[in-house]
Design a protein around this ligand. Structure first.
Ligand SMILES: [Zn+2]
Length: 214
């Protein structure tokens, strides 16, 4: 069970390099500067245009239609449980701190795009489970209206499975991950209930690992 008092920026005990599975260890070269260089797959850094959203009722013209976003190179590792690739630095951090991959909070990385060292990341957020607990606590205190609870019910009826094409479309239009799946569907013209829970979770993980840079 996670400590519920963990705060961003705090450090947790981190296991030894030798504790990692052999197939992970053999892909890491520990460098003099302390970075754990990942020799496995690393997605290339890229810059891509992102269109600004235009309100539906806006009919004028605009000088600026978008901005460029930089995405860092990202070490990838196949998650044995999920069956697809996940961020290697997050996966390794989870292994050496005893957190499930899904419980690893947002991590700020060191300046090296190929580094997967658990000593070179800083927790930027509380773990998802803790966030959920906090949200529920707020809910219990009545900060949210009862309408806010409805998306959870709709999610329970959603289809299962990862939809690669839907995931690509989500990455393209990049709805806010905190808005929830229903808001994303509504704002970007997806059919209601068409985004599976797995796809949405994969998208949220992706946004956490590829934060927007202004
Ligand atoms: Zn590093």
């Amino acid at each position: 069970m996670l400590p519920t008092t963990f705060q961003p920026g705090q450090t947790r005990p981190i296991g030894e390099f030798a504790d990692l599975p052999a197939n992970i260890r053999k892909k890491i070269v520990i460098q003099d500067d302390g970075c754990w260089h990942w020799t496995g797959t690393v997605t290339a850094a890229r810059t891509r245009p992102k269109m600004y959203r235009v309100p539906k009722d806006y009919e004028g013209t605009r000088n600026f239609s978008g901005s460029y976003q930089r995405e860092r190179g990202a070490p990838q590792v196949r998650h044995p449980g999920k069956g697809w690739s996940v961020s290697a630095w997050r996966y390794i951090y989870g292994l050496l701190t005893g957190l499930d991959y899904g419980d690893v909070p947002t991590l700020s990385r060191c300046g090296c795009d190929t580094c997967v060292s658990p000593h070179h990341v800083v927790e930027m957020d509380v773990p998802p489970q803790q966030k959920l607990a906090q949200a529920r606590a707020r809910d219990a205190e009545g900060f949210y209206s009862s309408e806010k609870a409805q998306p959870e019910t709709a999610q329970a009826e959603r289809q299962a499975g990862l939809q690669e094409d839907v995931l690509d479309k989500l990455k393209e239009c990049r709805p806010t991950n905190w808005g929830g799946v229903d808001i994303a569907e509504e704002e970007y013209g997806f059919e209601r209930g068409s985004i599976s829970i797995e796809t949405w979770d994969a998208y949220v993980s992706w946004t956490v690992e590829n934060p927007e840079e202004d």
